[in-house]
Design a protein around this ligand. Structure first.
Ligand SMILES: [Cu+2]
Length: 122
């Protein structure tokens, strides 16, 4: 009971504390895919990618690293990024501050279709 109240307060405080810096969204890395695979967020928001699997994955939006560069899309003016290896249970966060359409891949599983999309709106 006490713990859940503390948790609620922590979540409330965290929400207030992060509001002026944009919202936080979560994408889960589950077996063979990103969930949600299509996410709409607001410019300046942060996305945390949580590896919920027992394998290693990446969050990669860099066409020079892709087997098929067409699988990666970045808005004009957005810098490419690559998480590197995300170990099981670990989290990678990225702030999306350029509006537009992002398509990103998991490098080891690109050919298995581990590709997802984030749309950043004003
Ligand atoms: Cu993967």
């Amino acid at each position: 009971m006490k713990n859940s109240k503390l948790g609620f307060l922590a979540v409330t405080f965290f929400g207030l504390a992060t509001q002026s810096f944009g919202a936080m969204h979560t994408v889960h890395i589950v077996s063979g895919k990103f969930d949600p695979a299509d996410l709409e967020i607001t410019s300046g928001d942060t996305v945390e990618f949580i590896n919920d699997t027992r394998g290693v994955h990446t969050v990669t939006a860099d066409p020079t690293l892709a087997k098929d560069p067409a699988n990666v899309v970045l808005p004009t003016g957005a810098a490419p990024f690559n998480s590197g290896s995300i170990q099981p249970g670990k989290v990678f966060t990225h702030v999306f501050d350029v509006e537009g359409d992002y398509r990103y891949i998991c490098l080891p599983h690109e050919r298995m279709g581990m590709i997802a999309r984030i749309r950043v709106v004003p």
